[in-house]
Each structure stands twice: as C-alpha cells, then as structure tokens.
Design a protein around this ligand. Structure first.
Ligand code: URA
Length: 266
C-alpha cells in the first residue's frame, strides 16, 4: 500500500473510532503533521481489535452462526486504552507527561472514580499513587477490597497544570472515555470520590454534602458519593462521615450482586 493510502486508511479508521465513541467533532487545531501521524498510529493499534472483531463476525457468518459475534471485552478494553493513551482532544495533552487511563481489574464489580491525575500520577501514568492514593487504598481496604480488585480511574485522564480545577471543555472531551470504561467494565457499583467526580458523574451542581447520603445512578449503575481522600487528609473530622459513606457503598455493592472481595476488612 502506498504511503498516502496507508495514511488514508489510518484516518478512516480513526474517524470511525471517534464516531463509535460518540464524537461529532474533531479538534486538530495546533497539531503538527508529525503529531497527527503519531495520533493516527496510536489509533491504528486500537483499530486492531476492531479488525479482529470484524474478521470473527465474518467467519461466524460463513459457518452459519449469528453474525453478532462480539469482540472479546478484553480486546475492546485494550483498544480503548490505546485510544486514550494517544488522546490529543484537549489542551491538557500539551503539558502532560503521561495519560492516566486507570488501573485495576478491567472486570471489576467496583469502579472508583476520582478527579484528575496529580503530579505523581502524571509522572507514573498510574492513578492515585501519591498520599491521597495511599489513603484511597485504606478506604477501599476498610470495606474489604484490595486495590487490585477495583478499577480506579479519574474523570480526566490528564493532569491539569498545577492541579487547577478541570474546565468544562476538558470534561466534555474526556467524558466519552469514562462512559466507555463503564460500558466495558460493567461495574455493579461506582464510588465517586470528591465533589468534582460526583458532580461530573451525576451531571449535577449540588454540593458534595448534598450528594452524599443517597444512592444515585450513572448509566444504570448505582453511585455512592464520598469525600476525596486528599480532602480527608486535610480534614480529619470528615473521617467518620466518610466511613459511613463507605459502609453504604459496600451495602449497595452487595445488594447489586458484586462478587465477594478478597481483602480483609480493615
Ligand atoms: N487525585 C485524584 O483525583 N486522582 C488521582 O489519580 C490522584 C489524586
């Protein structure tokens, strides 16, 4: 295939993928040809699982089986990861060191959602690894979960400069990724850590305290809201109410049929 044809093929695959994620616009402003090529190559890696799926469906049809053979969820998850790791949808791509896709069990029954990567997360590419992350691990442990049994991610996958608050268009750019993560992971319960995660997931402007203490819903999955661990580190008087939120989370998780976690309750 000529270079031009390869590029055209990559671009077509990329646009299809964006459309699958629900995008109706494409932001290319300010990208050099080299950056665009890099982006398309990342999308091509992601597109591999799409090709596998198409191939499987065709094979099934030939054998007289229904053509709706699904891609392995793990393939789709890896495709999404590749997609997100190459993201240049918003200005945060300009200053990040790494994209923080999230980590943990891609089939977890519990999804923990924070705000955005901080300094250490941006450096390491892993969510919640700084002091707030250590507290997050303890919070999960308190209700019986080991960190690796949960999927942990953020609303934003890139660090805002100097940890400033995310802005609306950055959230809008990242939201399809979070939705896709929920679709693929299919958690039984979601915990929103902090005001920002709660307001984004619940599409609400209510304060954290107004959102705590109730069971909400995101894409059909029950959502419990609690304090962000970084806020708890600064305000130890919120430990007790946070503990109550976590117990409520565990109840909701159990009622939704979440698998018994293997950690010992702390
Ligand atoms: N705070 C967050 O909200 N997420 C992280 O990953 C780290 C700190």
């Amino acid at each position: 295939m000529s270079e031009a044809a390869t590029l055209r093929d990559l671009l077509v695959r990329y646009l299809r993928q964006r459309a699958e994620l629900g995008d109706r616009e494409l932001f290319l402003g300010g990208r050099s040809a080299g950056q665009l090529l890099e982006r398309l190559q990342a999308a091509a890696v992601a597109g591999l699982s799409q090709a596998t799926r198409t191939g499987r469906a065709a094979a099934a049809e030939v054998e007289g089986q229904p053509s709706s053979v699904e891609a392995e969820p793990a393939d789709e998850f890896e495709a999404l990861r590749a997609e997100v790791l190459g993201c240049t949808r918003c200005r945060l791509a300009d200053n990040r060191t790494t994209v923080v896709f999230g980590e943990g069990d891609a089939t977890a029954d519990l999804l923990a959602v924070g705000e955005a990567p901080g300094y250490e997360e941006d450096r390491s590419g892993r969510p919640f690894v700084g002091p707030a992350g250590q507290l997050l691990d303890k919070m999960l442990g308190a209700i019986g979960f080991r960190r690796d049994e949960v999927f942990i991610c953020n609303v934003l996958k890139c660090r805002p400069p100097r940890n400033r608050d995310p802005v609306a268009d950055e959230v809008a750019s990242c939201r399809p990724y979070l939705r896709r993560q929920v679709e693929l992971i299919q958690p039984k319960a979601v915990c929103a850590f902090g005001r920002f995660a709660a307001q984004t997931l619940l599409d609400s402007e209510l304060s954290l305290n107004r959102l705590r203490g109730a069971v909400h819903e995101f894409m059909g999955v029950p959502v419990v809201v609690t304090y962000h661990p970084a806020a708890l580190l600064r305000n130890t008087q919120w430990k007790r109410p946070a503990w109550e939120d976590l117990q409520a989370l565990r109840r909701v998780y159990d009622e939704a049929g979440g698998r018994e976690p293997g950690g010992e309750r702390g």
